[in-house]
Design a protein around this ligand. Sequence first.
Ligand code: ZN
Length: 93
Amino acid sequence: MSNCTFEKLPDGRWSCPVCGFQTKQVFDTAPRRNCTKRGLGDVVADCLKAVGVTKRRVSRLFRRRCGCGERQSTLNKLGAKVSQLFSGSGKPG
Ligand SMILES: [Zn+2]
């Protein structure tokens, strides 16, 4: 069991890239919350780690909201995209 690894959003709310949870309110400091990450998230995280990408980086690269239904395919695409990025497809940064 672990806590959410919240990251501050531009609007002052907090988001956990691990489980996709976002606070509805603005907080000065990151709130405490048990992370409810799913198996899929673990798989994706391992996948990303394998190509040298941390969740923090990914959430910065692809700053988008987690849609419940879309999440699975989004994460799959994300993994593929990131793999491409880091396999050196030509474009810098
Ligand atoms: Zn979380």
